[in-house]
Design a protein around this ligand. Structure first.
Ligand code: Q46
Ligand code: ZN
Ligand code: ZN
Length: 326
């Protein structure tokens, strides 16, 4: 197996591109794919401040690393979800990554800062943990981006993730979700822009990227994910991809090119009716946002804000929305 670029020994085959790469040219290939996604979808303009949603897993750490290599101003945000050992360990990977590279990592801990955690919220709402977890993440990424004057929030969703979500949404014709399933959601109504710069790279490539660049990451999957339908969709697509390399890419990018536009009308209507949450000020269609209601139902509390501007932080983790450090 020879590298497509230099003919030296290859360390990975990327079947959908019908190409093999050595370490150096594989890293270049990853950089090129991220640059291509950023340019094609106008994800990040030069000089913009990027907040990377960091879970401690391979995708988010690879994304942070790639954005940093490509010269973007990228700070991380780690959310402590309170999911037992998984969360404790994930936090360590995120902190170690940031410390080794001198990057700024912001942290919010649900239990410490808001008095609840994902398992407790799931029990209180009697819904699957991912529902309370997703709501908390979306709200807190937006809030920290607003407080820190970030232009854009970047998440580590890769091609496998996006194709699996698309597959699930198509199977049930979830038109509202299909309207929002874009690699970029523009800023508006108090929300920062959301971008997914890894959409042109697969899960396997991100794991390989971490290995060849020496990124230590949380290998365990979140224990709450076990048995969820998303994993089933990934498995189904993997078996199709195995037989027909490139199918995931064609499915996802074909949707973006030829079908996504048709689902977008509803989005503009949703956005038109937003006001400010009376408790936290976040944009919401009702008087209180879904996050504040979740915190209350879970027996938690909102932190008191001290007006501290996280954007001034350098090199050290910053705890947002708290008067005191622990
Ligand atoms: S962290 Fe949260 Fe995921 Fe765990 S509880 Fe579900 S949504 S699976 S990416
Ligand atoms: Zn090479
Ligand atoms: Zn609120």
């Amino acid at each position: 197996m020879k590298c497509r670029v230099c003919r030296g020994p290859a360390i990975i085959d990327v079947r959908r591109h019908n190409a093999n790469f050595c370490v150096e040219h594989f890293i270049e290939q990853c950089e090129r794919q991220v640059t291509k996604a950023i340019d094609a979808f106008s994800m990040i303009a030069p000089g913009e401040r990027v907040l990377v949603a960091v879970s401690g897993g391979k995708d988010s750490l690879a994304l942070w690393d790639l954005l940093h290599r490509l010269g973007h101003h990228a700070e991380g945000l780690y959310l402590g979800l309170g999911i037992g050992e998984y969360s404790d360990e994930s936090g360590v990977y995120a902190r170690d990554f940031a410390a080794a590279r001198g990057l700024v990592l912001h942290e919010v801990d649900l239990r410490r800062d808001y008095g609840y955690d994902v398992p407790r919220a799931a029990a209180a709402t009697r819904r699957v943990p991912c529902s309370a977890c997703g709501l908390s993440k979306r709200h807190l990424f937006d809030e920290v981006a607003r407080q820190g004057n970030f232009d854009v929030v970047a998440t580590g969703h890769n091609l496998d993730d996006e194709a699996a979500v698309l597959f699930g949404n198509v199977l049930r014709w979830q038109t509202e979700y299909l309207a929002r399933q874009m690699p970029v959601l523009p800023a508006g109504n108090g929300f920062p822009r959301k971008v997914k710069p890894l959409v042109r790279l697969s899960e396997r490539e991100m794991a390989a990227y971490c290995i060849v660049t020496g990124i230590d990451y949380q290998v365990e999957e979140c224990p709450m994910a076990a048995g969820n339908s998303h994993l089933g969709y990934k498995e189904a697509l993997n078996s199709i991809e195995e037989r027909s390399p490139g199918t995931k890419h064609d499915f996802y990018f074909g949707f973006l090119d030829r079908a996504a536009e048709a689902f977008r009308e509803g989005l503009a209507q949703d956005a038109a009716a937003l006001s400010s949450c009376r408790d936290c000020g976040a944009p919401t269609p009702s008087d209180r946002c879904a996050f504040c209601r979740l915190v209350e139902r879970s027996g938690g509390r909102l932190p008191e804000h001290d007006g501290h501007d996280p954007a001034t932080a350098t090199g050290t983790p910053v705890i947002l929305g708290r008067r005191e450090r622990p």
